[in-house]
Design a protein around this ligand. Structure first.
Ligand SMILES: Cc1ncc(COP(=O)(O)O)c(C=O)c1O
Length: 483
């Protein structure tokens, strides 16, 4: 084994005339950036518009120094309880020691990373593990780096296997399947779709409306694929009943249509089963995972297809490379991370914990809703994927406050969730997530290691905050913007 402490940098050939080293920051420089410089570089080189929203919510004052378990620690040593969980990317919590150790061993052993020339024992093992976690004959795995990439692969395999020459794809209203060009066509957001030229072979139906799905499938025999999130995340944690999912399965079987279940956000134990569709006793033809699959440490996405579907699409030597793994698909350390993450998920029964602690969280939130019915409209979701919808308060706000709120950004006007999220971070050290399409919903997707004491901390803080009343919450928010 290599002793890294004794590895020396190769001596430089000073006679060469290559380009002069630009003004590069080192890793140590990056670590030492203060919060203002970090923010300035973000504005100058990443996304100035996004910075504007971060400032509105008070996120611009935080530089995370470390993260462990359920908590971030910022530059001032303040702990921040994570009920956002990277939109469900942190099932094992931040920096799980077993995951870190597996990655460290892989590094120390000098294993190979890129798996496109030689096969990787780690990629093969991860694919086997995903097949083992998946019901029915969901056995064939495509490994990528993101949820969008996994969903691109899912739609492509289904489209080819559908056998339609002019295959059309059905998706749902308020769907989110990613922002890369292909899946953008089935992501129901005029904002994200912008003026881009999309694929054009898509139909949109209301989510959870079996009649609407039946009508489009019966009216167009070119429809070969139906793509649905099992729980809509970006739409504001929206579920559909078992009758709907069983109806989807039956309808697809009857018309020889393939069903793709997007489990990028709701899968991996988040709702109290490995896949959310397992609550309904049905199995899709193709599914996709990402987010927590990388155990909070690596970018990993996966498409998992029924063997029959996969073989129809890419099963011969001639078709095998039509959609094979990309450069970083199945990369070594990411696979090791995902393998260890899956083992931790089951060894620590994080799925059981998600069901149990999620039920406790929901109950506590329902009690808070009963106390503040004018503020909280609905508590919904399953396991540790909970949506908290607030009433639209713009109509009920006292007249005197309306001009103040009118000064705010369009994104936050008429929405309590921004004010409440900002106050939770500022006054209670708690991070929650907002929702793309429904500004009135806060998404709660804490790590699956969350226990009742974390739930109590969050719920006590929310109760205390709501107890101050809407007027005080809004006033404080507006004040924080001008001070
Ligand atoms: C349901 C769903 N599908 C796909 C994606 C895209 O994943 P990624 O951001 O990793 O590309 C997301 C991301 O939020 C998602 O929630």
């Amino acid at each position: 084994m290599l002793d890294r402490a004794t590895v020396e940098a190769p001596s430089l050939d000073i006679n060469r005339t290559g380009p002069k080293k630009p003004d590069l920051l080192t890793v140590e420089d990056a670590k030492a950036l203060d919060v203002k410089t970090m923010a300035d570089l973000f504005k100058d080189h990443i996304n100035p518009g996004q910075y504007h929203f971060m400032k509105l919510l008070g996120f611009h004052k935080v530089k995370v120094e470390t993260a462990e378990g359920m908590y971030y620690t910022d530059q001032n040593g303040r702990k921040i309880l994570d009920f956002f969980g990277g939109f469900g990317s942190l099932a094992q919590g931040h920096n799980h020691p077993r995951v870190i150790a597996a990655r460290q061993r892989f590094q120390d052993e000098n294993r190979h990373e890129i798996a496109i020339a030689f096969m990787s024992q780690y990629a093969s093992a991860l694919a086997k593990n995903l097949a083992a976690c998946s019901p029915g004959d969901l056995d064939m795995v495509f490994l990528g780096s993101t949820g969008s990439e996994a969903m691109e692969a899912a739609v492509k395999v289904a489209e080819r296997a559908s056998g339609r020459k002019n295959c059309k794809i059905v998706h749902a209203e308020n769907s989110f399947h990613g922002k890369s060009k292909g899946v953008l066509s089935i992501t129901d957001s005029p904002l994200y779709q912008g003026e881009f030229k999309l694929t054009g072979n898509t139909y949109k139906v209301p989510f959870a409306d079996l009649g609407a799905l039946k009508r489009v499938i019966e009216n167009d025999s070119d429809i070969g694929v139906v793509v649905l999130e099992t729980v809509q995340g970006g739409g504001g944690i929206v579920t559909a009943p078992t009758t709907y999912w069983q109806g989807v399965r039956a309808l697809c079987d009857k018309h020889n249509v393939l069903w793709v279940a997007d489990e990028v956000q709701c899968g991996y134990g988040r709702t109290g089963k490995f896949y959310a569709f397992e609550h309904h006793g049905v199995v899709p033809d193709v599914t996709a995972l990402a987010k927590s699959l990388g155990a909070g440490k690596a970018p990993v996405g996966a498409m998992i297809a029924k063997r029959e579907v996969y073989m129809k699409a890419y099963g011969t030597p001639k078709t095998a490379m039509i959609h094979a793994q990309a450069t970083f698909g199945g990369i070594g350390e990411a696979c090791v991370t995902a393998i260890e993450g899956l083992n931790v998920l089951y060894d620590e029964d994080l799925i059981g914990n998600s069901a149990e602690t999620g039920a406790y969280l929901k109950k506590r939130l329902e009690d808070i809703q009963a106390k503040y019915p004018k503020i909280i409209k609905e508590v919904r979701g399953q396991g540790l994927m909970i949506g908290l919808e607030f009433q639209d308060f713009s109509q009920t706000l006292p007249f005197a406050l309306r001009p103040m709120v009118a000064l705010l950004d369009d994104k936050l006007k008429g929405s309590l969730s921004g004010f409440i999220g900002a106050a939770l971070l500022r006054d209670y050290g708690i991070l929650v997530a907002f929702t793309e399409y429904n500004r009135n919903v806060i998404r709660l997707e804490p790590p699956l290691i969350c226990d009742e004491s974390h739930v109590d901390t969050f719920c006590d803080a929310l109760d205390d905050l709501l107890g101050k009343g809407i007027v005080s919450i809004v006033k404080n928010f507006v004040q924080s913007q001008v001070s």
